[in-house]
Design a protein around this ligand. Structure first.
Ligand SMILES: [Zn+2]
Length: 238
């Protein structure tokens, strides 16, 4: 790596001449040189995930640059929750290969046929699995989020991933809130989910999900309509 060799040689020259290198940020310089030479796996990974989720990403060749810009100003925890959603990072029973793979924890399998767009081709008996690819288009979770955010229409997959423009954070905040709602239910209220799956009655699960969404939005200063208050309103560095 010529750039690295040249830099080391420069340092060595200084040391050979007994010159101080105290004023040189060696660690930072070496980091910058090395990081440039490591292939960035973000773009192919995100393209693949978006296709898996059914989002057309053909027009976006450099999603890394896009998200660097779009996520600027969003609190770190919200940013990470969005990225984990976008890259299939939820701890679903399907992804974690748990002994029992759950159905959709919000009760899609218990809905009547005519409530699901895919009903004509999908048999309902536990066919909708506990997996992120479902949750990004789960009609029940989307409905809860729409209500919690106070927006009029369900967000499309494209809006969740990209917003309406680079300054629109609705999709990012909805994904971050969904991430929190799912994990607070799965890790904090699993018995309620199990009972709902057993009985086919998901009212309590949905009520918990809605409360969890509203509490999260309040904690992070997320307002109705999917905007975010200034950073002074939310916890920092969490
Ligand atoms: Zn669902």
């Amino acid at each position: 790596m010529p750039e690295f060799a040249a830099y080391i040689s420069k340092i060595k020259c200084k040391l050979d001449r007994n010159l101080s290198i105290k004023d040189i940020a060696v660690q930072k310089e070496i980091y910058n040189i090395l990081i440039k030479s490591i292939p960035n796996g973000w773009n192919p990974l995100v393209s693949k995930r978006l296709v898996d989720f059914g989002v057309n990403s053909n027009l976006m060749h450099d999603s890394f640059a896009y998200y660097c810009l779009q996520l600027k100003g969003i609190q770190p925890h919200l940013r990470m929750s969005f990225i984990k959603t976008l890259t299939n990072g939820w701890h679903t029973s399907s992804r974690m290969h748990e002994a029992i793979c759950l159905p959709c924890i919000f009760g899609c399998n218990a809905l009547p046929d005519n409530c699901l767009a895919s009903s004509s081709t999908t048999p309902l008996s536990n066919s909708i699995r506990d997996e992120t690819a479902h949750y990004v288009s789960c009609p029940i979770l989307a409905g809860l989020l729409t209500q919690a955010f106070g927006i009029e229409n369900l967000l499309t997959l494209h809006q969740l991933a990209f917003g309406n423009d680079k300054d629109d954070h609705t999709g990012v905040l909805a994904c971050a809130t969904s991430y929190h709602v799912y994990h607070s239910l799965k890790f904090g209220n699993l018995p309620i989910i199990q009972k709902a799956i057993e009985t086919g009655k998901f009212g309590l699960v949905r009520a918990c999900a809605f409360s969890s969404a509203r509490a999260f939005m309040s904690d992070f200063g997320i307002l109705s309509k999917g905007t975010q208050m200034g950073p002074e309103w939310g916890p920092q560095g969490t």
